[in-house]
Design a protein around this ligand. Sequence first.
Ligand code: NAG
Ligand code: ZN
Length: 445
Amino acid sequence: MSFRGRRDSTEATPLLQDSLDEEQQQKLWPPNPKSRGIVWGSLTLTFLIALVLVLGFNNEFGDVVRPWLGFLPKDPLLAAQIILRDAPVIDGHIDLPFLVRSQYSNNVTAVDLASRIPGHVDIPRLIKGKVGGFFWSTYVPCPKPDGVDGDFLDASWRVRDTLEQIDVSKLLIEKYPKTFRLALTTDDIKEAINSRKIASLLGVEGGHQLGNSIAVLRQYHALGVRYVTLTHTCHNAFADSCGYLPGMIPLHGGLSALGKSLIEEMNRLGVLVDLSHTSDATTTQALRHSKAPVIWSHSSARAVHDVPRNIPDEVLRLIGTGEGQKDGVVMVNFAPFFVANPGEATVAAVADHVEHIAKIAGIAHVGLGSDFDGIEDVPIGLEDVSKYPALIAELYRRGWNKYALAGLTGANLLRVFEGAERVARLLQLAGTEPKFDVYNKRPDL
Ligand SMILES: *[C@@H]1O[C@H](CO)[C@@H](O)[C@H](O)[C@H]1NC(C)=O
Ligand SMILES: [Zn+2]
């Protein structure tokens, strides 16, 4: 789907002009059938030669002419560029704010995004990669990444740190108003893309960042946050995580009662439920419990590469609009550890994840969530945000058409987000009350 409703072809100008008057035309026009035959014959021959060329006997010549005729070029990278021009990438998960925290101590003045900076993301590379939007992940680590943090009652400063992450994101978005625009709704995203800006959304990566409080969710929403990942690599008061390596021992067996209330409040506010990082039990329970469509902001397919962070086929089969299914979009993670065996993560391997999710969940349920700036190493050929065209080209080579690719790059996410906005509107119209459930281990309330 095109965001701008523009055609791939440029408008053709008439090649022939009526510059000859009637007398000249009569003189030129062959006076006898024999020369008329020669003229028609050579015209037909020219046409046939042109047809042969256009139909791609000479690929390069074909690619000059094909876009002009409304076809995509055969060269996959050229085709990817044209597709991305109208359907730029909306990435579900980019950790630039955490890079600003860890490398610059949150000093936004010191961050020069207009030039090349360390990591995977800066403005020149975003533009080269045809990025139309992304979720700025406002992430801070689990208090104890390796396991259960007791009753989650220790002051961990995670709410303070998350507010700092939101602050850094907004200041950077404001620092480059010609490039970024804060987006709170799907209309904002479309408007930003239409004015050639990068739609900038905020996501919170883990329930541990809520300090066990649904009120904190409401305030994050008020600050512009539009998704919360139910867990990071630790369990929290709301839900179980899948951890990082196999063997994570469940705590609640999925969602806690408070976690169910959290989802209901997210539905009412229009904050997307993000199921990346959650345990399979949390995932299936959340899929059932959420009234709104859900996302996986950065997750790949377990059948392609077997790690807990990837999504099993049983869960992929629960995504959709049929009986017992929920609409959703799985935005594929590029982290080599989740993509393939060591040394084997390539553009093609990432494309395998995209194709598997499209095969099992459906082509309308896959997207991109690179995890750039949140990963140590990168796939070969997908080194940073400038390289999305290589992935689009790989899928085009495999037969994906421009509609399927536009779904992948952004339209599928937009549909899911619109669905969540609709549910929120309906719940609010119905007068649904905010949730006031208190974490049962809190001594103060
Ligand atoms: C922030 O960065 C700017 C530019 O590098 C520098 O001049 C300033 O001293 C820094 N502020 C702090 C508090 O470090
Ligand atoms: Zn993550």
